[in-house]
Design a binder for this molecule. Structure first.
Ligand code: AMP
Length: 283
């Protein structure tokens, strides 16, 4: 695996790769790699000649300084994981390399997707995400880029950005990878105390129960039920639960049998924020 810290060096390497018409798959990450990331890398390996993974903890997408400072960093282990996954290139730039002295986001219009859910609770988050992903796409110019449905809203927003800005890359959504007990894999899980970790499958269990209820109950009743489930939970505080249209990400009032719906949840275990989602109906 070749490691690049400088975009100019990476670009020179890529000129060669592209001259030979070899396809490039790209997996952007913030590091602290786990099997969820690996599932994206494996998919990229299958469908591309060269796979590039970036590790960059992007400061402009964090609304809370504490969260940014506490974000887990495990670079040496990440390198071993990437080698074992046969990753071809790791791009690991500094903040200065990406932003120079100007650590601010571009402002994007994602046709309202950015105002739902995560956008309501994490101020400026999606401008930060849009900025870093667009910058990385401009440097790498990948044929395909891989994103997890774990961050479903982010995936829809990236698709929107690529469409609106006519960026020539195919966006591939990948299924949520879970621990055996159902907890969605996340770099933040390593920060949970043993007690919080043991209780955390409650989040996915609640989503699965909501999916069953969706067959017979309306969205509002299910939302109130979930809020109640968390009301007296000793370890978790619910930030939001919502049932939304997969396309518009707007909270639904009434079901329409021609639309796909998903339930989305964000929960705090003290200052550790966990998100998850589940498809509610099949068309
Ligand atoms: P992150 O390092 O958290 O920014 O995640 C990098 C990419 O991995 C994003 O596209 C995430 O959606 C994806 N990802 C993170 N966790 C999971 C998971 N449990 N299953 C599938 N994809 C994931």
């Amino acid at each position: 695996m070749i490691i690049f810290n400088k975009k100019s060096d990476l670009k020179v390497y890529l000129q060669n790769i592209k001259a030979y018409k070899r396809s490039v798959g790209f997996v952007p990450t913030m590091g602290a790699l786990h099997n969820g990331h690996l599932s994206l890398i494996k998919k990229a390996k299958k469908n591309n000649d060269i796979v590039i993974v970036s590790i960059f903890v992007n400061p402009t997408q964090f609304d809370k300084k504490e969260d940014l400072l506490k974000y887990p960093k495990t670079l040496e282990n990440d390198k071993i994981v990437l080698e074992s996954a046969d990753c071809d290139v790791l791009f690991y730039p500094s903040v200065k390399e990406i932003y120079n002295e100007n650590v601010v986001s571009e402002t994007f219009d994602f046709d309202g997707l950015e105002h739902q859910m995560e956008g309501k609770f994490r101020n400026g988050h999606f401008n930060g995400v849009g900025t870093i992903v667009k910058t990385l796409f401009e440097i790498i110019e990948p044929d395909r880029a891989y994103f997890g449905q774990k961050d479903f809203q982010q995936l829809q927003i990236i698709k929107k950005m690529v469409n609106k800005h006519r960026i020539n890359v195919k966006i591939k959504g990948c299924a949520i990878f879970r621990e055996e007990d159902g907890l969605a894999m996340s770099s933040r899980n390593t920060r949970l105390t043993p007690e919080q970790r043991e209780a955390a499958p409650f989040i996915y269990k609640t989503l699965k129960r909501a999916r069953i209820k969706f067959g017979t109950e309306n969205a509002d009743t299910i939302t109130k039920w979930v809020e109640n489930e968390f009301k007296n939970h000793p370890l978790f505080t619910l930030e939001y639960f919502t049932i939304a249209d997969e396309k518009s990400l707007e909270t639904i009032q009434n079901k329409d049998s021609s639309k796909k719906y998903r339930a989305f949840i964000a929960v705090f275990a003290e200052d550790i924020r966990l998100i998850d989602n589940i498809r509610l109906n099949n068309l």
